[in-house]
Design a protein around this ligand. Structure first.
Ligand SMILES: Cc1cc2nc3c(=O)[nH]c(=O)nc-3n(C[C@H](O)[C@H](O)[C@H](O)COP(=O)(O)O)c2cc1C
Length: 323
């Protein structure tokens, strides 16, 4: 299948694996790229720029296909060494960056002068238009369904994607809530040039996370996510567990007076314990409603082949029969 996204990133299939903290390591990124999609290493999971350089080198040994690096610009106080991470990306020869969080505007000149293509993750049409204006090559439009940070507008993809299609000139991928071929076909029909998946790629053979994490996704239904940190305007969609239930109790008690310190034990530094050790109640971790559509743990190649073959069949037979 050829779309503006496959052309832009020189990939076989219009399927991107979004950056994911403590999941987007070389093992997953290379597996997705080897399967003809676009794998993405999560920059900030690497403690230092030197570690990111090593992870990029490792990924290059595992695939000769294009892959990208995610750079998440965190809100507020936390300020990682972004120039250092960007230097590691440039020197590592990576030509695709997925940015998220705040606008990548201040780094666009550096990216462009190094022939790096930028896809910015946005949760609204206005942010997508800003990304287009500052020179991003594409956007990843993340609807309310998404695992991780859906923003504060609460617009689901059935509205957000066709709104993005009305306004944008640059290509965009649909992100959030997507895990199968029907949804790829729907995303294309709504105006997207491909899809970005997070949660679905965690439940794959190559995702370098504890088996408990994969099992938790397979066992979850579409009813099992919760939104946390809304009153801090840092809303996150997470899988419910005992820590999340306690967190929500604290949020109810504190109301508008909630400060990050009140819930730090549930959200701060919990990813290694969950993703690597499989301690599933250690805290809140991002997970999308799409968990309800995830019933197995295939290899990335099996998953991408299945999505592409079923999508092409659906377009050529079921949809064609209506015309
Ligand atoms: C466990 C997990 C960690 C994530 N970490 C990040 C991150 O560090 N940076 C980022 O830009 N997006 C992050 N995301 C969001 C994904 O890249 C993607 O946009 C989102 O998962 C899409 O929604 P879906 O899970 O419904 O497919 C994360 C998502 C999950 C599930």
């Amino acid at each position: 299948m050829r779309t503006r996204i496959t052309e832009l990133f020189d990939i076989e299939h219009p399927i991107i694996q979004g950056g994911m903290h403590f999941v987007g390591l070389a093992e997953l990124a290379s597996a997705v790229s080897n399967a003809g999609g676009l794998g993405i290493i999560t920059g900030l999971t690497q403690p230092t720029p030197a570690d990111l350089a090593n992870e990029i080198a490792k990924c290059k040994e595992m695939t000769d296909k294009p892959f990208g690096v995610n750079l998440t610009f965190l809100p507020g106080f936390a300020s990682p060494d972004y120039p250092g991470y960007i230097k590691a990306i440039i020197e590592g020869g990576v030509k695709i960056v997925e940015t998220a969080g705040r606008s990548p505007e201040v780094y666009m000149e550096t990216f462009k002068s190094n022939d790096i293509k930028v896809i910015h993750k946005c949760t609204s049409v206005r942010h997508s238009l800003k990304a287009e204006r500052i020179g991003c090559d594409a956007v990843s439009v993340d609807g309310f369904e998404c695992g991780g940070h859906p923003g504060e507008d609460d617009i689901p993809n059935m509205i957000l994607l066709p709104r993005a299609a009305e306004e944008l000139t640059i290509p965009f991928v649909a992100s959030g809530g997507i895990g199968n071929a029907k949804q790829l076909v729907a995303a294309l029909a709504l105006g997207a040039d491909g899809i970005n998946m997070g949660t679905r790629f965690i439940a794959t053979a190559e995702a370098p996370v504890h088996q408990n994490v994969k099992d938790a996704i397979v066992n979850a239904s579409e009813l099992d996510t919760r939104l946390v940190m809304r009153s801090l305007r840092n809303t996150e969609r997470v899988l419910v567990n005992t820590a999340v239930e306690q967190l929500i109790e604290v949020e109810k008690e504190k109301g508008d007076q909630l400060e990050i310190g009140d819930i730090a034990q549930f959200v701060g530094g919990v990813y290694p314990r969950i993703m690597q050790e499989g301690t599933m109640d250690a805290g809140a971790w991002s997970c999308g409603m799409v968990a309800g559509l995830i019933h197995d743990i295939p290899s990335c190649q099996e998953l991408i082949n299945r999505i592409m073959s079923e999508a092409e069949k659906s377009i050529n037979t079921r949809l064609a029969s209506f015309a």
